[in-house]
Design a protein around this ligand. Structure first.
Ligand SMILES: C[S@@+](CC[C@H](N)C(=O)[O-])C[C@H]1O[C@@H](n2cnc3c(N)ncnc32)[C@H](O)[C@@H]1O
Length: 190
């Protein structure tokens, strides 16, 4: 379903196959359920001045919830055209154009240096491929919050698991914080 992603980054398509089937919600099966979105944003400790990046922003639910509840600025990066259009129409209906910016591109090409918080619900391989980018670009203190998938070799600051009635299963969220001191990768490696 995502041949170009799979070709360039083998394994990245792992959690995305079979998405975008519904007319009503283009991401109903693979979006982060709202209780988990809440948990992710609370764990990130969002403050109004923060800039949040959601890598693979899907239908924009993390961006919109972050703006509605925490008043942050948010940037979504999404490759899929229909999801980008869906998100932009929601953003316009809510009049959030000054708060939410959507980039229709590959998140590997996006400069993440302005992010205070990065959220993602991707896959083990994607997290593995993103790790060197994070270590290079994210500023000390930036929080990385991942639904379900860990960042290999990083020690989470916090792990939360919650049972979501809508899916009938436990969802786990991992919070990481880029080290305050040196950018040396040894600081946050296990
Ligand atoms: C599982 S969905 C998560 C959506 C949303 N972040 C959430 O938690 O509800 C992953 C999304 O990442 C997008 N995606 C995958 N690889 C991408 C890439 N390299 N650049 C931009 N978007 C990507 C997919 O199109 C999909 O919408």
């Amino acid at each position: 379903m995502f041949p170009n992603i799979e070709e360039r980054h083998p394994g990245l398509g792992e959690v995305f196959s079979g998405v975008f089937t519904s007319q009503v919600s283009p991401l109903s099966n693979l979006a982060t359920p709202y209780p988990v979105v809440q948990c992710m944003l609370q764990m990130a400790g969002l403050r109004k001045k923060d800039v949040l990046y959601d890598l693979g922003s899907g239908d924009g639910r993390i961006l919109i919830t972050a703006v509605q509840q925490f008043g942050v600025k948010a940037v979504g990066v999404e490759l899929n055209d229909s999801l980008v259009r869906w998100t932009i129409s929601r953003v316009e209906r809510l009049d959030f154009q000054d708060k939410i910016h959507i980039l229709r591109t590959n998140f590997f090409t996006v400069d993440l240096r302005e992010a205070d918080v990065v959220t993602m619900y991707l896959g083990n391989e994607a997290n593995h491929l993103l790790r060197p980018k994070f270590e290079k670009e994210l500023r000390p203190g930036t929080r990385v919050v991942s639904h379900h998938f860990q960042v290999e070799d990083w020690e989470p600051l916090e792990v939360s698991t919650l049972l979501v009635p809508e899916t009938g299963r436990n969802h786990t969220v991992y919070l990481y914080r880029m080290p305050q001191e040196a950018r040396s990768s040894t600081v946050y490696r296990r």
